[in-house]
Design a protein around this ligand. Structure first.
Ligand code: BJW
Ligand code: ZN
Length: 263
């Protein structure tokens, strides 16, 4: 599945970056954006719900979709892929290196698997802010009613100005959080090895990160059951699910562990 030279590269790398997308959480039960969708929301194009225009046009549809996803994500648990990434980070750190996880996902499954310092490029579905004045809703503050099974939901009103609350995520046409982007770009340019896991590599600027790493001489590895186009320039194309490929890679590079599900 992966050659001994990749295992050696991981063992010797001082700086590793793992870039993750929706496919990394798929085996936890969270639907991806661009794979075939099932269920109540299948008649909507998720990418079309992820815009400010969609929210302004139909706030109840968009807020309901995000509340449904927020509740779903809270009920899901990290999978063996998340656990393997956390284990690799610990192993790399123990020998004095660094492994940065840069995620496009708005869930917290990397954190719940034990990964430290996760860089969130597209925000956090658990937080919200006022769409009009930007006031942040304190984390942990209860949200409105949960749309059971995915229904429209009226967004709560901002206590300061009365505007509608929106999720603290990055929609199309919006800037990424500057500090997160800057950390991610710096880490990619300094990487010896970059793993691109479960992303279609279609959304920018996140999709530029493997190229930054390649330009700096890093080894770039794709982990995905399907081709995305990145395999044309990547050094390794590991075709398979994150939950199978990553534990095998972590075992081969850092020794087996039976503890992946026990975190
Ligand atoms: C598995 C698996 C398993 C399945 N194991 N793998 C033209 C060129 C370049 C850029 C642009 C352009 N036109 C417009 C832009 C800019 C735009 C963009 O990139 N558009 C492209 C679509 C072309 N980007 C932006 O607007 C960004 N901002 C920006 O550029 O600011 C500057 C600017 C400002 C003003 C004007 C213009 C520019 C912001 C992008 C924000 C993206 N937001 C979303 C929603 C986040 C909130 C939420 O979660 O709802 O982020 S959209 C959605 O896509 C989400 C994801 O993070 C993101 C990426 O998707 P991802 O993770 O790759 O998922 P999928 O579903 O696409 O792929 C899943 C993969 O997993 C597949 O490959 C499967 O095979 C695989 N898989 N099972 C491993 N078990
Ligand atoms: Zn407000």
């Amino acid at each position: 599945m992966h050659g001994p030279d990749l295992v050696r590269a991981l063992q010797q790398a001082e700086r590793v970056v793992v870039l993750t997308g929706a496919g990394a959480s798929a085996e936890s039960g969270i639907p991806t954006f661009r794979d075939a969708l099932t269920g109540l929301w299948s008649r909507f194009d998720p990418a079309r719900l992820a815009t400010e225009e969609a929210f302004r046009e139909d706030p109840e549809l968009v807020w309901g979709w995000y509340e449904w996803r927020r509740v779903l994500m809270g009920r899901c648990a990290p999978n063996a892929g998340h656990a393997a990434i956390a284990r690799m980070q610990q192993a790399v750190r123990e020998r004095g290196g660094a492994l940065d996880v840069v995620t496009q996902n708005v869930d917290d499954l990397h954190e719940r698997a034990g990964t430290r310092g996760v860089i969130h490029l597209h925000g956090d579905i658990g937080s919200s802010r006022c769409a009009d004045c930007g006031a942040r809703r304190p984390p942990g503050d209860p949200h409105g009613e949960v749309p059971e099974g995915g229904r429209r939901a009226v967004p709560p009103r901002c206590p300061a100005c009365g505007g509608p609350l929106r999720p603290e995520v990055v929609w199309f046409g919006e800037e990424l959080p500057a500090a997160a982007w800057s950390r991610a770009a710096t880490a990619a340019r300094a990487a010896d090895v970059l793993l691109s896991v479960g992303t279609s590599s279609t959304v920018y600027p996140a999709a530029s990160l493997p190229r930054f790493a390649l330009e700096s001489g890093a080894r770039v590895v794709q982990v995905n059951p399907h081709p995305t186009g990145l395999e044309a320039i990547a050094d390794d194309d590991l075709r398979g699910r994150a939950g199978s490929v990553l534990p095998a890679l972590a075992d081969a590079a850092f020794g087996p562990s039976g503890a992946d599900f026990q975190r």
